[in-house]
Design a protein around this ligand. Structure first.
Ligand SMILES: [Zn+2]
Length: 79
């Protein structure tokens, strides 16, 4: 069985059609065509919008905070 690969930046399964053009360990939303990671703020905003699509009753500010915590657990951003 093939192992599931996840984006090291946002955690999206790389087999997901929404991942776009996969660049190494990163999905097409997190890295550009040359495989360089997008700025953390851009990735964070993307995750915040994604979180909001699940919980429309929470504010963008809360989603940005949640996205910040989320990124701290990702290999690409954990320091
Ligand atoms: Zn990603």
């Amino acid at each position: 069985m093939e192992q599931m690969q996840f984006c090291h930046s946002c955690g999206m399964p790389l087999q997901n059609p929404m991942a776009g053009i996969v660049q190494g360990n990163y999905c097409g939303n997190c890295a550009n065509e040359s495989g360089h990671l997008n700025p953390r703020e851009a990735v964070q905003a993307g995750i915040a919008h994604w979180l909001m699509s699940f919980s429309p009753d929470v504010t963008m500010e809360i989603c940005m905070t949640r996205a910040d915590h989320y990124l701290k657990a990702m290999p690409a951003w954990a320091k």
